[in-house]
Every structure is written in structure tokens, then in C-alpha cells.
Write a protein that binds this ligand. Structure first.
Ligand SMILES: Cc1ncc(COP(=O)(O)O)c(C=O)c1O
Length: 422
């Protein structure tokens, strides 16, 4: 478009935007939360285990203290779904994020089984690799403890292995990296087996380098053929780095987001180290919650069947968002977006320099979007381009209004940016 055409288009969009503002909307596309109808799917669990049903299949009285590693039955189910097997997984309370946090703190205070000294006693700042765009709460954990974050590109088959390998080979301060291997937050990327093999095998200058393999969306598929979990612990064993990987998962977006069960899979040495620390902090997890999950979900196929019911509720929301993006933005060519096969997000890239403005325009029109930059360490998107859309939580009619509004904001911000460049 010429500058004049752009100005004309901008005037039309401005009028549309003013109407949007006048509508007095109050819509929220920020967090990847299950909607109430999804939570309803697990409502029967609220009456479980039920009076008189407090003993687990392996004979544990779940009302009492103890059993720091969690119930065997729930570990069997998620050991299969997360590809760790039953013996290399622990079941914990309601937040896998807390396990990620605690593992980091324990390493800082005492060092891992492979550390020469506590991470906090190393000279100079520690570093983590962060495939971007990624999950803001991961980045918050490393930021909280002063661990420097280094952006690495996230390719369609996972983190850019060459970039990662080059960095970790020579810098012993790089102690770990974040990875979301299935339907990543926010791009929906799934790590290929080749990339996984390369990540567990790459030589690292730090002897205690750790991959935080957060398989939060292992079963959250929007397609018929969900990818099988990579046997990442076996791959790490084969590569001669058995302690390199921590596998995480939880039922947060399977049953109740606030009252689920979380999991840590890893080598025996790492699990023993973690549960020794944990046993100082508590006498055991909430086994009654684990028991009711076991009763409700039954087995891995039970989880898959339950996830198919989630899919039936959320797939139309994803389809709607993609339709609106296509209809409103494809012709102008000012944005690109992901069409995820699972997970909880759609990642929208607007033209460089226009993400923060798009989010601000939406906010002023009553549509809350995740803050621009959130998908990058330090909330700093170097290109000011990425916006994370979370379609699951709002009712579908509100979602349509919100997305149409977001499209108007993205277009208006693009005209502003382009005219500024002119
Ligand atoms: C990649 C990822 N990991 C972990 C979580 C949170 O997991 P939990 O509820 O088990 O702490 C989320 C939630 O959005 C997520 O997107």
C-alpha cells in the first residue's frame, strides 16, 4: 500500500476500533485455563474416593502420613503417558511448577548429585538456555534466582540443537535448559526424536547440566493421532547421561487445574536426591487426591478417553480463533500464526514492533491479552512481535468477539507502524 492508501485504511480501522471501545467489552484471553465445562468433566471425582474407600490398590491407607514417592497406581498411569515407566516417576501434589522450582532451589543450595559444589557457590552468574517463544512461568523461576537466560531459537522440530550444543560445549555456567516437548506453550511445537537424541547426547561443559523436560501437554491433543511420548530417560541412558533429564507432567489440565497431581520422572539418583530433600519438607503427598485420580482415570486409556472429551469442548474454540485470524488477517499479510495440533495456545506474530501496541489497543478496548513480551525471558521480545492467545477459557461467543477485536487492533497497530516507517 502507498502511504495514502495506508492512511485511508487506518481511518476505516480507527472507526472500527472506536466502535469496539464504545461496546464496553470486558473479555479475557490471557491465561491458559480450562473452562468450567471442562472442569465439569471431572466433577464425579469430587465424590471420590468415598467413605470406606481409602486404601489404594497396593494396600496403602491414604488417609495417613507417608509414602513420599506417591501411590504406585497413579505412577503406573502417568509413567506410561509420560514415557518414563513406573519406577522412574514420583507423584506429588498439585503443581509441577513447584517441583521445577524446588529442583532449582535444591540445586542452588546443595548441588545436584553430579555437582562439584552448590550451584550458588559457582563463581559468576549461572545460565539457562531458553527456547523462544516459551512459557513465562518457566522464565520466572530462573529469573527469580538470578539465573541468566539465553534465548535460543525454537524450530518446528524443537530447540535449535546446533545453537544449544555450541553454547553448552564451552560454558560451564550453563546449568540447564527449559524444554516443552509436546505441543509447547505457546507455539504448539513438538520435539522430534532426532532433536531429543541430540539434546541428551550433546557434550556439556557443566557436569551437572539439566534439561527440564516439561511434558505438560503430553496428552492434550486436538488430532486423532497424538504423538507417543519420547522415552527421553532411555535416550539419556543410551547417550551416557542418565541424570541429565527431569521429566514433568501433571493432571492440572486433565482434571482440576487447582487440585491435580504432579509428576517428576528422572534417574534413580536424581529421584532419590529429590525425595530426600522433599522428606525434610513434608511427610508425604496428598494420597487421597492421588487415589481419587487413580479411581477416576483408571488407566492410560482412561486418560486418553477423558482427553477426547476435553478435545470435543475446546477444538471448536481453536477452530474459531483460526477462522477469524484467517478471515481478518490473511489478506493484509501483517501477521502469521500457529495452527496447533494440541496444547492450550495459539501463537500470533504481528509485524515487528507492533505486539505491545496491539496488546495496549486491545486492553483499552476491554480485551485482556497476555502482556506482550511474556513469551520471552525478562518479558523482552527483541522483535516486539509475539502474542500468546489462550482460547480455552472464555465462552465461545465471547471468544469470537474478543478475537475479532484483537484482529482489528493488530491491523490498526500495523498501519501505525508502517506509516511510522514511511
Ligand atoms: C508448559 C507448562 N508447564 C506447566 C504448567 C503448569 O503446570 P502445573 O499446574 O502442574 O504447575 C503450564 C500451565 O500453563 C504450562 O503451560
Amino acid at each position: 500500500m502507498s502511504a495514502d492508501q495506508l492512511r485511508e485504511t487506518q481511518a476505516i480501522l480507527r472507526a472500527k476500533y472506536d466502535n469496539l471501545c464504545a461496546a464496553g467489552l470486558k473479555l479475557d484471553l490471557t491465561r491458559g485455563k480450562p473452562a468450567a465445562d471442562q472442569l465439569d468433566l471431572s466433577e464425579p471425582m469430587l465424590s471420590m474416593p468415598g467413605e470406606g474407600h481409602h486404601v489404594s490398590a497396593d494396600g496403602v491407607d491414604c488417609r495417613n502420613y507417608g509414602g513420599i514417592n506417591g501411590l504406585r497406581g497413579i505412577r503406573e498411569i502417568f509413567g506410561e503417558l509420560l514415557g518414563t515407566g513406573t519406577d522412574r516417576i514420583l507423584a506429588e501434589n498439585n503443581a509441577s511448577l513447584q517441583i521445577m522450582h524446588d529442583l532449582t532451589v535444591f540445586a542452588l543450595l546443595t548441588g545436584t548429585p553430579d555437582s562439584e559444589r552448590p550451584w550458588s557457590k559457582e563463581t559468576g552468574p549461572l545460565k539457562f538456555l531458553c527456547p523462544v517463544p516459551g512459557y513465562d512461568r518457566h522464565f520466572s523461576i530462573t529469573e527469580q534466582y538470578g539465573i541468566e537466560m539465553i534465548n535460543v531459537p525454537l524450530n518446528p522440530d524443537g530447540p535449535d540443537v546446533d545453537a544449544c550444543a555450541a553454547l553448552v560445549a564451552s560454558d560451564p555456567a550453563i546449568k540447564g535448559m527449559w524444554v516443552v516437548p509436546t505441543y509447547s506453550n505457546p507455539t504448539g511445537t513438538t520435539v522430534s526424536e532426532d532433536v531429543a537424541r541430540a539434546l541428551v547426547a550433546m557434550p556439556t561443559a557443566a557436569p551437572d547440566f539439566r534439561i527440564y523436560w516439561d511434558n505438560a501437554y503430553a496428552v492434550h491433543t486436538l488430532i486423532d493421532e497424538a504423538p507417543a511420548p519420547l522415552p527421553i530417560l532411555d535416550l539419556a541412558d543410551e547417550a551416557g547421561n542418565p541424570n541429565r533429564v527431569y521429566v514433568f507432567g501433571s493432571t492440572s489440565k486433565i482434571t482440576f487445574a487447582g487440585a491435580g497431581v504432579s509428576f517428576l520422572g528422572s534417574s534413580k539418583a536424581n529421584l532419590d536426591w529429590y525425595s530426600q530433600h522433599l522428606s525434610i519438607a513434608k511427610i508425604g503427598p496428598d494420597k487421597l487426591n492421588q487415589l481419587r485420580h487413580e479411581m477416576f482415570l483408571v488407566d492410560a486409556d482412561g486418560v486418553r478417553a477423558h482427553m477426547a472429551r476435553h478435545r470435543a469442548l475446546i477444538a471448536p474454540k481453536f477452530a474459531l480463533v483460526l477462522d477469524i485470524l484467517e478471515e481478518r488477517l490473511s489478506e493484509a499479510k501483517i501477521a502469521s500464526w500457529t495452527a496447533p495440533e494440541g496444547g492450550y495456545f495459539i501463537s500470533l506474530d504481528v509485524i515487528d514492533g507492533a505486539a505491545a501496541r496491539t496488546v495496549q489497543l486491545a486492553k483499552d478496548a476491554g480485551i485482556a491479552l497476555t502482556a506482550a513480551g511474556s513469551t520471552f525471558p525478562y518479558k523482552n521480545d527483541p522483535d516486539d512481535r509475539n502474542i500468546r492467545l489462550a482460547p480455552t477459557f472464555p465462552p465461545i461467543d465471547e471468544l469470537a468477539t474478543a478475537m475479532d477485536g484483537v484482529a482489528t487492533c493488530a491491523l490498526l497497530a500495523a498501519t501505525e507502524k508502517l506509516l511510522e516507517r514511511d
